[in-house]
Design a binder for this molecule. Structure first.
Ligand code: GDP
Ligand code: IMO
Ligand code: MG
Length: 431
């Protein structure tokens, strides 16, 4: 039987999925992205080098690992080429990368309209990454989208482009934006096709072949986080895809039976970029200190991230939705030095104690976090490699997260580097 593992963001994104994917990718046969696009910013640090990936899977540093951008993604070919250039500049030239023929393609009007929609919303803006993710997924679902495989069929591509631009130019005009010329976009995309064409293929076929091969290890790399899920997140302050492990079968083109283990990546506290409810948000010096110690500024947009205490209400919810088998608790080192650390165990909503997030945004906005307070630790933990060697209070904090969420902590991260990783459940070494 092949082994599979899903790495899934379990808060509001930026939990450290890039680091965890890279950790397992060193021994994976395949790494698959199944949703999202270049709104993601996944950081990978090893050998004294730091890399930031957006659309390209975090297994790209391992020449033997097949990296797949699955059908559930929205792919911006301009951005993929720029990412490849950046990797090449840093000596990463020996890799295997494939892109699904079925993946939706981000077209030049998508980021333009993303920006226009946000501007129109004024103070109610979502705070998107302005990469055109929402508009590209909208076109996919309204069946007017253009797919990566269309680049391989120039005549068909041109007909789709002509039909799309007829409508999109009207919309661009409406927003006072410059219109786009069919020939120019066609020429630009045919140029991109020369480079990316050899990578565009039926990736679902490749993944299924790998899954049928005994002892193959296939890793699925989520983007964003489950609280940004279009279905189950804090709608409308969400992204336009579903980051959950439940999306893997659809976004990779495989049967659900292959999804057995999902590692929920969660910071030892919480962060969020962009607008929307965030019950445990800190508006004080502690929040500012955590932001600085954790370098909590967006990988893609450079925006300061909002900071809050660990929210066990959110964690229980995402654990349930994601079918999480383990937690990877990230950035535990950032909490070193605090006298006490709070954990939100419940919310109070209109005088009632509740265990899971309410399903409407208005009620979530009214929720007040209820906290327990744990003693902190002062020691630098960034060099620790065994759970037993952590300070007693750090161990107690981690055990409390397990108790409150009902999901075991499989691993702990104590620094950005690949090696700053503590494996708590040795079973994970099997992957
Ligand atoms: P992703 O989008 O989930 O892959 O996460 P990001 O890369 O956007 O953000 C996580 C940030 O935390 C990156 O800058 C990582 O290098 C960094 N990081 C990851 N794990 C740790 C850790 O355990 N400690 C510290 N201090 N930084 C970490
Ligand atoms: P990774 O994979 C954190 C947020 C944006 C915004 C909302 C919608 O690095 O964890 P979008 O551009 O997707 O339409 O923006 O979602 N967002 C992320 N926040 N990490 C991400 O990705 C994100 N991708 C989107 O800030 O609030
Ligand atoms: Mg990120």
């Amino acid at each position: 039987m092949s082994e599979t593992l899903v790495v899934v963001g379990s808060q509001w994104g930026d939990e450290g999925k890039g680091k965890i994917t890279d950790y397992f990718a060193t021994r994976a046969d395949m790494v698959v992205r199944y949703q999202g696009g270049n709104n993601a910013g996944h950081t990978v640090v090893f050998g004294g080098n730091k890399y930031s990936l957006q659309s390209i899977p975090s297994g790209i540093f391992n020449p033997k690992t097949v990296n797949i951008m699955g059908n559930g993604m929205v792919v911006n070919p301009v951005s993929v080429c720029a990412e490849l250039d950046k990797l090449h500049d840093r000596g990463i030239t020996d890799y295997q990368l494939y892109i699904s023929t079925r993946a939706a393609m981000v077209m030049p009007w998508h980021p333009m309209l993303d920006g226009a929609y946000e501007a129109k919303k004024g103070a109610d803006l979502i705070g998107t990454t302005k990469k055109g993710i929402g508009p590209a997924y909208s076109d996919k679902y309204s069946r007017t989208g253009i797919r990566m495989g269309d680049l391989l069929e120039p005549e068909y591509f041109r007909s789709r482009l002509e039909a799309a631009l007829e409508v999109k130019n009207l919309e661009l005009e409406m927003y006072g934006l410059p219109t786009l010329n069919v020939d120019e976009v066609y020429d630009q995309y045919m140029e991109l096709a020369k480079r990316l064409g050899p990578m565009i293929t039926d990736t679902s076929r490749m993944i299924n072949d790998a899954l049928r091969t005994p002892d193959k290890r296939v890793l699925f790399e989520g983007a964003q986080g489950m609280m940004l899920c279009i279905e189950h997140g804090t709608y409308p302050f969400v992204t336009s895809s579903s980051p959950s492990a439940a999306s893997v079968p659809v976004g990779a083109g495989i049967a659900p039976k292959w999804v057995r283990n999902a590692i929920g990546v969660a910071k030892a506290y919480c962060t969020r970029v962009g607008s929307g409810p965030f019950p445990t948000e800190l508006h004080n010096q502690i929040g500012d200190d955590i932001r600085e110690r954790g370098h909590e500024y967006g990988t893609v947009t450079g925006r300061p991230r909002r900071i809050g205490w660990f929210d066990a209400v959110v964690a229980r919810y995402t654990a349930e939705l994601g079918g999480l088998t383990h937690w990877a608790v990230m950035l535990l080192d950032v909490l070193s030095g605090l006298d006490t650390i709070k954990i939100c165990t419940h919310y109070e909503l209109d005088g009632q104690m509740i265990q899971s997030p309410p399903s409407t945004i208005a009620s979530l906005e009214r929720c007040k976090p209820v906290y327990i307070e744990m003693p902190g630790w002062k020691e630098d933990i960034t060099g620790i490699t065994e759970f037993e060697d952590l300070p007693e209070n750090a161990k107690a904090y981690v055990r409390k997260l397990e108790e409150l969420t009902g999901v075991p902590v499989g691993m702990i991260s104590v620094g950005p580097d690949r090696q700053q990783t503590i494996i708590v459940d040795k079973e994970l070494n099997k992957f």
